[in-house]
Design a protein around this ligand. Sequence first.
Ligand code: HEM
Length: 194
Amino acid sequence: MIVKCAIHLILLGWAVSVFWLASQDALGADPVKAIIHFYGIGALNLLVLTLVISPAARKFKLSVLMRQRRLIGLYCFAYACMHIICYWWLELNFSPASFVDELVKRPYIWLGMLGFVILLTLAATSPHKAKLRLGRRWQTVHNFIYLASILVWLHFFLSRKADILEPGLYALTILLLLSFRYRKLQRWYKNRPK
Ligand code: HEM
């Protein structure tokens, strides 16, 4: 309970802090870009954190950590929603025509959209009731988190025109975390529900 409250406080406070910084004129020359970046990187970091939790919980025998995975996953989804809403609102003024134009000019947005559809599916199937209803298929659906991490990384990498270092560090982290799942994915593939 205390851990959950602390997570809510930190992640809600963090999410709101960017608007406070904007009101103080503290986001630099391009505050719109800074806000979109803040939520995009926030969502990516939380996605990576959800991938860190199970190997870390297993290694250090911390079941309390494992119980926080769903909550952090839902915050990842919420930050991704804020990233998209702020982009549509602050950059495109909710204009569908500008959005279509962007899809042509910036193809990496398609990758972000695919990643988002996966996150949306995972959030929608995260309640306990959905888990019971889906049975063994629940794990199949939730294995798509690995594909989402690759799609979102590609979206991030392609949005950065010149910078290699930061996307490179994220790539190494994600590859390492996916390598921990190699056996699990192999086993799942052999016994997958047909
Ligand atoms: C409908 C889905 C999405 C749209 C339309 C979208 C849009 C964008 C745009 C326009 C940018 C470039 C911002 C700029 O530099 O001008 C961007 C960057 C980024 N997006 Fe997304 N995105 C989507 C989904 C996602 C998701 C699901 C995540 C993470 C879970 C994500 C994470 C990022 C990150 C990390 C960046 C790089 C931020 C930066 O370096 O400035 N995006 N996105």
